[in-house]
Design a protein around this ligand. Structure first.
Ligand SMILES: Nc1ncnc2c1ncn2[C@@H]1O[C@H](COP(=O)(O)OP(=O)(O)O)[C@@H](O)[C@H]1O
Ligand SMILES: [Mg+2]
Length: 268
């Protein structure tokens, strides 16, 4: 596959450390995964993963259920460690990070869980203040209020500030989950099936929100999805995972016309 070769031929040493990053440099790689392998027991899941995420881009990953998409993003945040290969974020190898470095990494890399993961016993306001207090160590009430109000405005739910999670619809919970991740202004966002379980209209709203957040917060994102409308709305570039490797790379329009039947099967 010629696209595969393109991935492997990425020049090295483009990655700069987070300190010397140049905002707006379209060639800067914030994530660089090379020849990554990961299995469980005798089961090989990821056989040879090569992935780069450029600063500011939305990269969509398509793959069948159980093909290792979530495993890939768990390697990126250090929740799993690869068996072989490289996994670098902002130029640093994640598998070599100690607990302090991992904590720091996770302030720069936001992770939207499939469930949304809100604290059910806490109001929306408290759910959103939590990361500001715990991660950013903010304690000034005016500063907290500002942060909470700004992010709620961004996700279109300013009115929900005093609600409890149980008062919210699935789509609203997803928005608040997104707000809770975005509130600490991560440089990278990892979305794991952000629209799964939502109705088509809410799915579209969440996809459009992901696109708006890219523009507003200038985040670089990986979006794992089965939802082709989500891919169409959000993707600058798409990778297709098959049997533990990426077999195709391109824009939505390019892949829709792929010669590979497997690739085209996602677009039906
Ligand atoms: N911690 C784990 N221990 C053992 N097997 C795992 C673990 N995490 C994932 N797997 C297996 O790896 C495969 C890929 O999982 P996953 O990345 O979650 O797939 P998906 O592409 O649907 O996100 C599955 O067969 C899953 O059972
Ligand atoms: Mg998954």
């Amino acid at each position: 596959m010629e696209k595969d070769e393109k991935i492997k031929e990425q020049p090295e040493k483009i990655v700069k450390s987070a300190d010397e990053k140049s905002v707006g440099n379209g060639d800067e790689l914030v994530i660089e995964i090379k020849n990554l392998k990961k299995g469980f027991g005798s089961k090989e899941i990821l056989k040879n993963i090569n992935l780069t995420l450029k600063r500011g881009e939305n990269l969509v990953v398509l793959g069948r259920s159980g093909s290792g998409k979530s495993v890939t993003i768990k390697c990126i945040v250090g929740l799993l460690t690869q068996d072989e290969g490289e996994c670098k974020v902002f130029g640093d190898e994640v598998s070599e990070m100690d607990s302090v470095q991992l904590k720091e990494l996770r302030t720069k890399v936001g992770f939207l869980f499939q469930s949304g993961a809100l604290y059910d016993s806490m109001s929306v306001r408290d759910n959103l203040e939590f990361p500001l207090i715990r991660v950013l160590k903010q304690h000034d009430q005016a500063e907290l209020d500002q942060g909470v109000n700004d992010v709620l405005e961004s996700v279109g739910l300013a009115d929900a500030i005093d609600k409890m999670p149980s008062d919210l619809s699935g789509g609203m919970r997803k928005r608040i989950g997104l707000a809770r991740t975005l509130i600490v202004k991560p440089e990278i966002m990892l979305y794991d099936e952000p629209t799964t379980g939502l109705d088509p209209i809410t799915s579209r709203e969440i996809s459009e929100l992901i696109l708006q957040m890219q523009k507003k917060y200038k985040t670089s994102s990986i979006i794992i999805t089965h939802d082709m409308e989500c891919a169409q709305i959000t993707a600058d570039r798409i990778l297709v995972l098959q049997d533990g490797e990426y077999v195709a790379e391109g824009t939505y329009q390019e892949l829709e016309k792929s010669e590979s039947e497997f690739v085209r099967s996602f677009f039906k």
